[in-house]
Design a protein around this ligand. Structure first.
Ligand SMILES: Cc1ncc(COP(=O)(O)O)c(C=O)c1O
Length: 428
């Protein structure tokens, strides 16, 4: 029976038994964490071979003759640019290989718009106001970067096909203060949504009021399928769709191997039109004499080609899938039919997104914490950390073991029930 249809007496009775269960759960003194979107330690072991493909006896010369042990080559070695170009569906000349972190590149790229302006446009620091579109729920660190630069963050609702494009078009095509949008096109953080072809086309065909409007296309989960090749979400290559639409310079794409090889010791890239990359190189050449080319070489020699990435990601999926399955099974068993929450069931990525009754998320997260289960802070998935409905919670099942995930998911559902009953009783 849906909780909302229960009488006050039934709700009170349910509350009493849930409270008993909760006290029992607290007695278990759990210490679990479903907040961190990172690979589990045993999962990372599958990438250790990467550490053996290059050693003191290796030839450390790249195919184009670059000595990877020395300074130089700010573009990254050609074979690594080609590898990422194949993964992203673009050309090597459109890819710049950087250091280990794509978030770092995104921050730098915003900083360039702020300090110098893109392709000769006015630097944003000289403008009265810069507005940024933030599809939400979304990635908190994206929002933090643009908040850090003092931009006004505008929430755009996420739909099952990506950001609500009516809202995006309305802002971008009419307001010159809107300079950019954050996008996680595949297996989005946290909803797991992949953008539809229609959404990609509409984005590429925007007619921005600002000449220096840019799509920040964070393809962080481009190869992160959960089901091998059985259920793969396909998202068109944004660079070529933008080019076809007559907007070749409107997009910066980012990706990394953080959740393919080692988070913190992977390789990250930016892809864009050659005009944009020439613009980037002007400051990049002042910033560095070249990134870690030995690591680039190591990645190319270990993965070999795009197919190598895919095969490796299938191994990751073997670790992650049972954890997603466990959460989804427990949510189904415990919450289906109660009308107190809905959740996503993605084909890939690192997260499940849960929506509680309005006004319950913070309390659910607090109750979980009190009983030893840490979740991502409620509100984190919205600009300024403020979820207007206080309903979205990001579940990150990858780091704990399957047994721990089962315990954590059970406790989570118990807290959802308890907080929802309270909410409904308060309204009676
Ligand atoms: C959407 C998204 N982008 C970027 C990152 C971080 O990427 P990197 O490790 O390459 O800085 C994450 C990490 O969780 C993420 O979810």
């Amino acid at each position: 029976m849906q909780y909302v249809d229960m009488s006050k007496e039934d709700l009170l009775e349910t509350k009493a038994s849930l409270e008993k269960e909760y006290e029992k759960a607290k007695g278990l003194h759990l210490s679990l964490n479903m907040a961190r979107g990172k690979p589990a330690p045993d999962q990372l072991d599958i990438s250790r071979g990467l550490l053996d493909v290059v050693n003191s006896k290796s030839d450390l010369t790249a195919l184009d003759g670059t000595d990877c042990t020395n300074y130089g080559n700010v573009n990254g070695i050609m074979e690594c640019r080609q590898l990422f170009a194949d993964v992203l569906g673009t050309n090597a000349e459109n890819v710049l290989v950087h250091g280990n972190s794509s978030l770092n590149i995104m921050y730098d790229q915003i900083a360039r718009g702020y300090a110098f302006g893109y392709l000769g446009e006015t630097p944003w620091c000289k403008l009265d106001k810069v507005k940024w579109l933030c599809p939400a729920p979304g990635y908190d660190r994206h929002f933090r970067v643009t908040e850090h630069f003092g931009f006004e963050l505008i929430t755009v609702p996420m739909t099952e096909n990506g950001p609500d494009m009516d809202v995006v078009e309305q802002y971008v095509n009419n307001d010159p203060e809107v300079k950019g949008i954050w996008c996680v096109p595949k297996y989005s953080n946290p909803s797991g949504v992949s953008y539809s072809e229609e959404t990609v086309k509409r984005l590429a065909n925007l007619k921005p009021a600002a000449k220096d409007f840019r799509i920040f296309w964070d393809n962080a989960y481009c190869e992160h399928h959960l089901f091998g090749d059985r259920k793969i979400d396909e998202v068109p290559d944004i660079l070529s769709v933008c080019e076809k639409a007559g907007n070749p310079d409107m997009v910066f794409e980012f990706a990394s191997t953080s959740k393919i090889s080692f988070p913190g010791s992977g390789v990250a890239v930016m892809a864009a039109s050659v005009a944009n990359l020439d613009d980037v190189r002007k400051s990049l050449n002042c910033q560095t004499i070249g990134h870690d080319k030995i690591n680039q070489l190591r990645h190319v020699r270990f993965f070999k080609d795009a197919e190598g990435f895919r095969k490796h990601m299938e191994k990751h999926a073997e670790y992650i899938r049972p954890k997603f399955d466990a959460v989804l099974r427990i949510f189904d068993e415990e919450l289906s039919g109660l009308g107190i929450g809905s959740w996503t069931n993605p084909n890939g990525g690192y997260f499940i997104s849960f929506d509680s009754l309005d006004g319950c998320a913070k309390e659910i997260v607090a109750k979980c914490k009190e009983a030893g289960v840490t979740l991502t802070g409620a509100g984190a998935t919205y600009p300024y950390g403020k979820d207007p409905k206080d309903s979205n919670i990001r579940i990150a099942p990858t780091y704990p073991s399957v047994e721990e995930i089962e315990q954590a998911a059970k406790l989570f559902t118990l807290c959802v029930k308890l907080v929802s009953v309270d909410k409904l009783l308060a309204a009676k």
